[in-house]
Design a protein around this ligand. Structure first.
Ligand code: PMP
Length: 421
């Protein structure tokens, strides 16, 4: 029965695969911003399966199109033509920034980043890559190697010599100016030394797993300018930030630049696996390996993605994320606790940096876990991330309401008060 699955998971999964919570909820159903476990307990979902379920769980309007497509035609591969994948490519070219008009479809974020890096290499004939400390780009060999989170980073002889890291500059703490200067200086030094061997810089516009870190507003403009001088392409990884999450369709819009390649995944399928890397006419021509992903953008996934984009548009979810995100951020900023160091982020991608406190035996990661556990008991699933796993992440489906936020805040207040006792 379902009661055994916690034990079975221990027996049959790889030991390193970690859950949130000692006793993770065994979820059996979902409806928009709500989830339900095997005991019938209901949760308000404030993590959305890591920024995936932007349109809500089992969204009836989207699923109706998916089910219709499922009964008609599931999959053919891109060797043949189906309507959904072509319409999706056209739709994406309308909503992607600037002159980015061409899309390659894959299945996961890792795979799309891998493809984007391959494309940059083909276009520039240079194999070196620059990435940011604190970034996360996936689970394949190369994407693990450009991941800048020590607990996951693969530091492998095969590719290591070709990969360079710069520090991430913070936007929200007081030293942001200084750290931006430092990051740009590091970038400039690497480019001067190795620019003739480097094809790409890959960056999340807002770091997700690294702890919801946004850069100073002019940082990416300066980065782009430097890269241009050395013929290095800018790849923006919007796997976590894309499709309304941050109050813009794509988070790169907050920085007012157009990258060379943009990667998306997660929320595009609202739970259905689909990912993309997209670029300009000119760069797309360089992709000279005529390969296609077997499952990438199959009819079912593409039809679902089309319905997702229509739903985001019809329900104004981008504006909703901006408004509700501002409301939630204001409420989080008003919470008072010696354990809260900083509130970061934008739209419905908000992070609360937890700190340890004198007289308490707990590390900041322990405090974070305590808050997650207590909030779970109260019926709220919130997330965590950060280099030390001590940032609480609020990344709910964009369909949540103001009332949902008010409820969350009341319970958060209580949990922080209990912590002091
Ligand atoms: N890039 C970013 C920014 C991500 O957050 C993730 C997943 N958390 C990935 C890439 C990898 O995506 P996937 O798990 O779909 O391979």
């Amino acid at each position: 029965g379902p009661d055994n699955i916690v034990k079975k998971r221990k027996d049959y999964f790889f030991p390193a695969i970690a859950n949130f919570y000692e006793d993770p909820p065994q979820l059996v159903s979902g409806s928009m911003q709500y989830l339900e476990d095997h005991t019938g307990k209901r949760y308000l979902d404030f993590f959305a399966g890591v920024s995936v379920m932007n349109c809500g769980h089992s969204n009836a309007e989207i699923m109706k199109d998916t089910i219709e497509q499922l009964t008609k035609l599931q999959h053919t591969t891109t060797i043949y033509l189906t309507e959904p994948i072509v319409h999706l490519a056209e739709k994406l070219s309308e909503i992607l920034p600037g002159n980015i008009t061409r899309t390659f479809f894959c299945v996961t974020g890792s795979e799309a980043n891998e493809g984007a890096l391959a494309l940059a290499r083909m276009h520039t004939n240079k194999s070196g890559i620059i990435a940011l400390q604190g970034g996360l780009h996936g689970r394949t060999h190369l994407t693990l190697s450009v991941t800048g989170i020590p607990m996951w980073r693969l530091d492998d002889e095969l590719v290591k010599e070709n990969i360079f890291f710069i520090d991430r500059p913070y936007a929200e703490n007081e030293t942001s100016e200084i750290s931006m200067e430092r990051s740009l200086q590091q970038l400039s030094t690497i480019l001067q030394k190795h620019g003739s061997d480097i094809g790409a810089l890959i960056i999340e516009p807002i770091q997700g797993n690294g702890g919801i870190v946004m850069y100073p507003s002019t940082f990416l403009k300066e980065v782009k300018q430097l890269l241009k001088q050395y013929g290095v392409l800018l790849i923006v990884d919007e796997v976590q930030t894309g499709y309304g999450r941050t109050g813009k369709m794509f988070a790169i819009e907050h920085y007012d630049i157009v990258p060379d390649i943009i990667v998306t995944a997660k929320a595009l399928g609202n739970g259905f696996p689909i990912s993309t890397f997209s670029t300009t006419d000119e760069i797309a021509k360089s992709f000279n390996k005529p390969s296609a992903s077997t499952f990438g953008g199959n009819a079912l996934a593409s039809q679902t993605a089309l319905s997702v984009l229509k739903y985001i548009h019809d329900q104004s979810l981008v504006e909703r994320a901006a408004q509700l995100g501002a409301y939630l951020k204001e409420k989080l900023l008003k919470l008072e606790s010696p354990f809260i160091q900083e509130i970061r982020g934008i739209g419905l991608m908000l992070g609360m940096q937890i700190q340890s406190n004198t007289g308490v035996e707990l590390t900041s990661a322990n405090v974070t876990d305590y808050i997650l556990e207590k909030m779970k008991e109260r019926g709220f699933l919130i997330g965590k991330n950060g280099l030390n796993r001590d940032v609480i992440a609020f990344q709910p489906p964009l369909v949540i309401t103001k009332e949902n936020i008010d409820e969350l805040i009341i319970h958060l207040e209580d949990v922080f008060t209990e912590l002091i006792r």
